[in-house]
Design a protein around this ligand. Sequence first.
Ligand code: SAM
Length: 274
Amino acid sequence: MTDLPSLRESLEAHGLMAKKSFGQHFLLDLNITRKIVRLGGPFDGDVVIEVGPGPGGLTRALLETEARKVIAVEMDSRFIDLLGELNGVYGDRFEVIEGDATKIDEARSLADRNLTEAAHIVSNLPYNVGTPLLIKWLTGPWLPLSMTLMFQLEVALRVVAPVGDNDYGRLSVISQVLCDCQKIMDLPARAFTPPPKVDSAVVHLKPKAERPEPRVIRNLEKVTAAAFGQRRKMLRASLKSLGGEALLEKAGITPSERAEQVSPQDFLRLAHLI
Ligand code: SAM
């Protein structure tokens, strides 16, 4: 690490400022990025895909671990040269792909590099695409080994919310059916440069060993969209087009309940029965 300038010096040397349109709020304190990586790991011998490396604070912390390789996907072309400087220290253990993470085919990107399909995802996510990216990684077809993701606090709370909680919703159900989910760190807005309007938190998601088949995952997306799309309504009404009262009775769920009262496991049962 001693060969690298500080993150602030790197940004200055390349004349770079954060751009709002790319959701850029940087972590320039390596103590913080090292802590995120420590809590999200271990990554020993594995490949890590980092989305949105920006100036590379999380990237540097990842490269300090025993990860076999770090592949970073960055959409803002202004950062490519700056990130390339990491190759001077870490050689081909680091690679940056210029592109949009919402469109990238992770399985193909790994196969193209003769790497196994298994890789972790680590990201201080751009807020505007955080939820769509999480849904993409949760529902597949490519499945990460683990995900360590920084979200705005409100989204992090939705991911881990238990049934009945104010934050409990579609994202909680899909995340908790498919992964073990934990909020591992809170970060105040002032930890970022420039500070966003809201606080943030890091969530760790580990896909469960037993995964429902793709048909059931699609049904889970459907049934949660219908139930939480009209969350004030009783399920017998909101799920009418999917089987209504008969479906609910088959699943052993009271038709007068509302979406926020139904556990992830009960939603999974409904998804099996549709
Ligand atoms: N990881 C850096 C850090 O922690 O300091 C930067 C985090 S910043 C919140 C989000 C980063 O994601 C920015 O570098 C931004 O350019 C990049 N980004 C935004 N949208 C993206 C997308 N669709 N695909 C890949 N990167 C994206």
